[in-house]
Design a protein around this ligand. Structure first.
Ligand SMILES: [Zn+2]
Ligand SMILES: [Zn+2]
Length: 566
């Protein structure tokens, strides 16, 4: 018995010494100052997907952390009808969705349910979210996991996550040797004693700052932090893997105390969820926000403005270049922190402990943004602003340089369906016919995917191109459908005759023209060649499958024009 007491005491003493030696410093408690923003958090998973608590419990945790709003982003294909904005435990809750694309995850919010599953190529999902009126954020673009990492830098996404603690832990855990895993184990021991601080000190520097800045030179891209909270860490490293052993860490409460988004809103929240949500979303869409790591210091207060001959604007705003620019940064950063003012990728001021900093900058167009970093080694970004975009008068984007087609070769003549066939898997259905009557006859394609699990359902209408399709460069399509949907236009041929390349297009209930450029196609299925060798293409397919249609979906597509062009 005495031996047991002794061993226990020794163990407790050892843990105490370990914790005392490794625990990160307590967060700096700052004086609360009203800077006109509301604090909240985005990218939260609940038990509707792979999170561990109900939306109500999570809202209560957010209230406990002092947050005023919360945006859920459960995994899905956006066909679930989002819950209307609602106050739960005094926290304004918005319902978004995290969509998996072949180019990474996309967090979409402020939009209705999608009429068909959003999936497939990232550029298509970005387009769909825009069309639906939503706001989309490229999630964890620096994730070490290729399936999760955002890779579609040319798509017009609206925002980007520059901080995602879930990604930071993965990066730490994947450091070579035992160092990273040792750090995670240490954090596990320290966590019960100082949770928000422990998570905050695992934050890794974002590796996508430069790609983000490159996009901001051409257009506004909201930089934001996503908490990506699940309250579940899978020990095999994948929170979406429900089969493995998982720990309920970090809890929602500590995660919400670790970081926050501060949105500058045009009027105070009133308690009317619908109108408050609209005000909040205007602030988020406008980039009138900063991200802060409360696990280092909090609550934060911050203001960033720029003044020139044309006036004064704040973060997220655009200002026309004119005369010398004066930047002003005010914050309640604690004494040893350093404020850094950037002009694009260049640092123009680094000042320790300034609570009111004025920086004069050149008159030329540039993107200005601010970071305030901690005095840790290496330092951790405590607060990151959105840019102020100082623009010139020259247009930022060039119009597309595609030349108009000069020759064409119809695939559909309007008089016969010679060389057209339909295809489908064993349990789905497809049929094609010419519409009768009228001066213009159309190709009517009817499809019915079989129900059940989402595997292999496909229905297609195809046209043979025996001599290949070179030297054409594009396919012009005029088509509509009986419901909004995506149709995959594919070329088949290449090695063994069964390789495919495709691009999906959106079809609405009325005729619209679509041009599919062959140099924008990507490989489909088991295809080894990146671009289609056009002289080997033996058929052009119009495919409905379960990437963008639900199992069991049926419908009709009318093709008025399908022609190869060059
Ligand atoms: Zn994700
Ligand atoms: Zn997520």
């Amino acid at each position: 018995m005495r031996k047991l007491v002794f061993v226990t005491a020794a163990l407790v003493a050892a843990v105490a010494v370990f914790v005392l030696r490794t625990i990160p410093p307590r967060r700096a408690a700052l004086n609360a100052i009203d800077d006109g923003t509301v604090a909240g958090i985005i990218h939260v998973h609940s038990n509707r997907s792979d999170g561990s608590s109900s939306p109500d419990e999570i809202a209560a945790a957010a209230a406990g952390a002092g947050l005023k709003f919360l945006v859920f982003a459960d995994h899905g294909d956006a066909t679930r009808k989002p819950e209307p904005p609602a106050y739960k435990s005094g926290v304004l809750c918005l319902d978004g969705v995290e969509i998996s694309t072949s180019g990474g995850h996309y967090v979409a919010m402020d939009m209705p349910a999608a009429p068909y599953p959003l999936a497939g190529e990232a550029r298509d999902v970005v387009e769909d979210v825009r069309r639906l009126g939503g706001f989309g954020i490229a999630a964890h673009p620096d994730s070490p996991k290729p399936q999760l990492r955002w890779t579609e830098w040319t798509a017009p996404f609206d925002g980007i996550e520059l901080l995602n603690p879930d990604t930071s832990w993965r990066i730490v855990g994947q450091q070579p040797g035992w160092r990273g895993r040792g750090r995670l184990l240490t954090a596990l021991v320290d966590y019960p004693f100082r949770a928000p601080e422990t998570i905050a000190h695992l934050i890794q520097p974002s590796t996508v700052i430069y790609p983000w800045l490159a996009t901001t030179e051409r257009r506004r891209v909201v930089g934001i932090g996503g908490v990506d909270a699940h309250a579940k860490i899978n020990l095999r490293g994948d929170p979406a893997d429900a089969t493995g052993w998982s720990l309920p860490l970090p809890g929602y409460g500590p995660a919400f105390r670790m970081m926050s988004i501060h949105v500058n809103i045009e009027r105070p929240l009133t308690g009317n969820a619908a109108s408050d949500a609209a005000v909040l979303m205007r602030g988020i869409r406008g980039g009138h926000l900063y991200t802060a790591v409360d696990g280092l210091a909090g609550p934060p207060a911050f203001e960033f403005s720029a003044t020139n001959d044309f006036g004064t604007v704040h973060e997220g705003d655009e200002l026309t270049a004119g005369g010398g620019l004066t930047l002003r940064v005010r914050s309640n950063a604690p004494a040893p922190f350093t404020t850094i003012v950037h002009e694009g990728p260049r640092t123009i001021a680094t000042v320790r402990d300034p609570q009111d900093l004025t920086v004069h900058a050149a008159a030329n167009p540039a993107v200005y943004w601010v970071e305030i970093v901690s005095n840790d080694t290496p330092s951790i970004v405590w607060l990151r602003s959105n840019p102020i975009y100082v623009r010139g008068t020259a247009p930022l984007t060039q119009p597309p340089t595609r030349l108009p087609a000069t020759a064409s070769q119809p695939l559909f003549s309007g008089t016969s369906l010679e060389r057209w066939t339909t295809e489908h898997d064993a349990t789905s259905l497809s049929a094609s016919e010419l519409t009768d009557g009228g001066p213009i006859r159309e190709l009517r394609f009817r499809f019915g995917l079989s129900g059940g699990a989402r595997v292999g359902q496909v229905a297609a209408v195809a046209v043979e191109t025996p001599g290949g399709i070179a030297p054409n460069t594009r396919l012009a399509l005029t088509a509509r459908a009986d419901h909004p949907m995506r149709l995959s236009v594919q070329l088949r041929g290449g090695d063994g005759g069964s390789e495919r390349w495709g691009r999906s297009v959106f079809l609405d209930r009325f005729d619209q023209d679509r041009t599919i450029y062959f140099d924008e196609l990507t490989p489909v299925g088991n295809t080894q060649t990146w671009s289609p060798p056009l002289n080997t293409i033996r058929s052009v397919l119009f495919v409905v499958d379960t990437i963008n249609s639900a199992p069991g979906a049926s419908g009709t597509i009318w093709i008025k024009k399908a022609e190869l062009q060059r």
